[in-house]
Design a protein around this ligand. Structure first.
Ligand code: S3P
Length: 168
């Protein structure tokens, strides 16, 4: 089974993904890392050299053409579900789980590591909250197509594991 973790930057997709994969004995695939390997560039550099449109194309192509192991957990990028037919493709090819969090909670978690996230540029803390609110408004229609929507605060890999076990 493929388990796609989706949600905004900072919601914990990679950390939860790693723990969940370990629990299940599945392989973890971090989509951003795959893209960085294929492009031989960090995401931030790729954005500044080629622009966002080129990044979105590469992201979609990577998502939809990777050779996945039979059982894996995929930590997607925050924008992955929102471009091309990526969300429908993930729903058709695996179990999608949206890790939901409020803009304020996300902003607090994003304060560190802003440099790695080109979309945040050099926004102030208040600017980040506003940016997240606006983006979530655009993105929720995609995120909410996920099969499961889980509150990311205090979410544990055990809770996601239980959902996975409940699938046929
Ligand atoms: C993005 C999120 C990032 C990365 C890129 C764009 C977004 O991934 O794919 O910087 O559009 O939200 P994370 O959610 O893993 O930070």
């Amino acid at each position: 089974m493929k388990i796609f973790l989706i949600g905004f930057m900072g919601c914990g997709k990679s950390t939860l993904g790693r723990k969940l994969a370990t629990r299940l004995g599945y392989t973890l695939i971090d989509l951003d890392h795959k893209i960085e390997k294929i492009a031989n560039s960090t995401i931030a550099n790729y954005f500044s050299t080629h622009g966002e449109d080129a990044f979105r194309k590469l992201e979609s192509q990577t998502l939809q053409t990777l050779e996945y192991p039979t059982n894996c957990v995929i930590a997607t990028g925050g924008g992955t579900p929102c471009y091309f037919d990526n969300m429908d493709w993930m729903n058709a090819n695996g179990l999608t789980i949206y890790i939901e969090m409020t803009p304020l909670a996300l902003a607090k978690r994003l304060e560190q590591g802003i440099a790695k996230r080109p979309l945040l540029g050099n926004l102030s803390e208040q600017g980040i909250v506003q940016f997240i609110e606006n983006k979530l408004e655009e993105r929720n229609m995609y995120y909410k197509k996920a099969k499961y929507i889980l509150n990311g605060i205090n979410l544990t890999p055990e809770q996601i594991h239980a959902l996975v076990l409940a699938q046929d």
